[in-house]
Design a protein around this ligand. Structure first.
Ligand SMILES: [Zn+2]
Length: 440
């Protein structure tokens, strides 16, 4: 007799590329600009209003008024404007809970263009072909998108399985739609698979304690200054990137200070962004495939608990205005690849949970210096980045340095050093007395 397993609500996103004609692109661009302006108006209003007078009603009224008075603001559907308000207040909440910086104005060039579609029923998603689906975008119309996974639509949709909303997001490769999906799934059986320690290696992208190393076949180290993601480009693409960067530098040399960049320069920047976006997508694709395979295979996955400093973000700068001495500031390439490592851990966290497994974290110090055979830290044991040879006279174990670290990680877990998992993001709570006035 089988026992009934509990059902669990699951929320996740699915991103698909939209097939738009130029007129539709212009329409959605206009909506995104209107959404950004709405945000800036709200922020202006918020900072100008005395603390005691800030309220949801007031902000809401301001949006309505602005939409009446400024023609092009009403290009944005009313519900999307409401979503901007909701996101704006959420941004303050995140700030007060110390999860994020204070919200600020959104600049035209630096901010990601996006439009929210908060109501799932507006979307009218339908599959029309093996590879294509149709979706309704408010004020734009029916639009085709690539159908790459089965969505809960039509007879598959119900109260528990449905699309609850979506967001349009533009990147260098064009407009995408990110669906918000809610499903009810049976809780998985506890995963009976083996335990494994994983280390984000210098020479092996993911070193596993049982030697089932995961490699993507791309060069692990690049000359200083080259961004880590560039290794995902093929040689001819890398050559093209170099050419484009030289061209951009050349064109930039003609630009006087405070002058707008020319269309030609902007065009070159766009091409650079497209190449970079392609590299990022390849990296993410490899991460998804690898983490899914790992979550399927192993019952317990153990990783190092690392803190990825925010300074990376500021050191790197943007395409238009790259940071200087990035490599030195961010502590060489290893810490740059840790950014990718953070994403891998995030994926492993939710994927192991889906397959009934667990992800454990152990404290990081010395995992790369300790010998995984005898357990001693003997000076000079790590011969090079790649090889670990134990200098303890009674031991003499040698092996790949990344593999050694992965073995240590698993060992720490087996000794009971796993950190207690925190649910969600860490929140430093304020006492009630000092909590700022919230919008109600
Ligand atoms: Zn040893």
């Amino acid at each position: 007799m089988t026992t009934e397993r509990a059902q669990e609500k699951r929320q996740f996103g699915h991103r698909a590329r939209l097939a738009l004609n130029p007129a539709q692109v212009r329409l959605i661009d206009a909506q995104a600009h209107a959404a950004r302006t709405t945000w800036n108006l709200l922020h202006d209003l918020w900072t100008m209003t005395p603390k005691c007078q800030r309220s949801l009603t007031r902000m809401d009224a301001a949006i309505r008024q602005a939409r009446k008075e400024i023609d092009w603001l009403s290009l944005l559907p009313a519900q999307a404007a409401q979503a901007v308000l909701k996101t704006y207040l959420k941004a303050w909440k995140n700030c007060w809970d110390q999860r994020a910086e204070e919200p600020n104005f959104k600049a035209r060039i630096r901010s990601v263009m996006s439009v929210d579609i908060p109501q799932g029923r507006d979307l009218q998603v339908k599959r029309v072909h093996r590879r294509w689906g149709m979706v309704n975008i408010p004020k734009v119309g029916r639009v085709r998108f690539r159908w790459t996974r089965d969505l809960p639509v039509g007879k598959h949709a119900g109260k528990d399985n449905r699309i609850t909303g979506a967001r349009l997001v533009k990147d260098a490769l064009g407009w995408h739609i990110a669906f918000r999906i809610q499903t009810l799934e049976t809780m998985p059986e506890p995963h009976q698979g083996p335990e494994v320690g994983i280390d984000a290696g210098v020479n092996i992208p993911l070193a596993l304690s049982d030697e089932n190393h995961q490699d993507h076949g791309r060069s692990p180290r690049l000359p200083d200054g080259a961004a880590d993601r560039d290794k995902w480009l093929n040689p001819d693409e890398k050559a093209k990137l170099l050419r484009l960067e030289q061209r951009a530098a050349h064109r930039k040399s003609f630009r006087r200070p405070k002058e707008r960049s020319s269309n030609r320069l902007q065009n070159t920047y766009d091409q650079i962004k497209q190449l970079r976006a392609r590299a990022t997508r390849r990296a993410a694709d490899w991460q998804h495939q690898t983490t899914t395979a790992l979550a399927r295979t192993y019952g317990t996955v153990v990783v190092e608990a690392l803190n990825i400093p925010n300074m990376l973000k500021s050191a790197k700068g943007t395409v238009e205005n790259p940071g200087k001495n990035v490599a030195q500031k961010s502590g060489l390439n290893r810490s740059i690849s840790q950014e990718a490592w953070g994403r891998t851990v995030t994926m492993l966290t939710y994927k192991t949970a889906r397959f009934g497994g667990t992800l454990a974290k152990v404290p990081a110090p010395n995992t790369s210096r300790r010998c995984s055979a005898c357990g001693f830290i003997t000076p000079g044991s790590r011969e090079s980045q790649a090889v670990f040879v134990c200098k303890n006279p009674d031991c003499g174990w040698s092996g790949n340095a990344d593999w050694n670290a992965a073995r240590n990680i698993l060992h720490l877990y087996r000794m009971g050093h796993a950190l207690i998992p925190a649910a969600g993001r860490a929140v430093a709570r304020r006492t009630h007395g000092v909590k700022p006035a919230t919008a109600r």
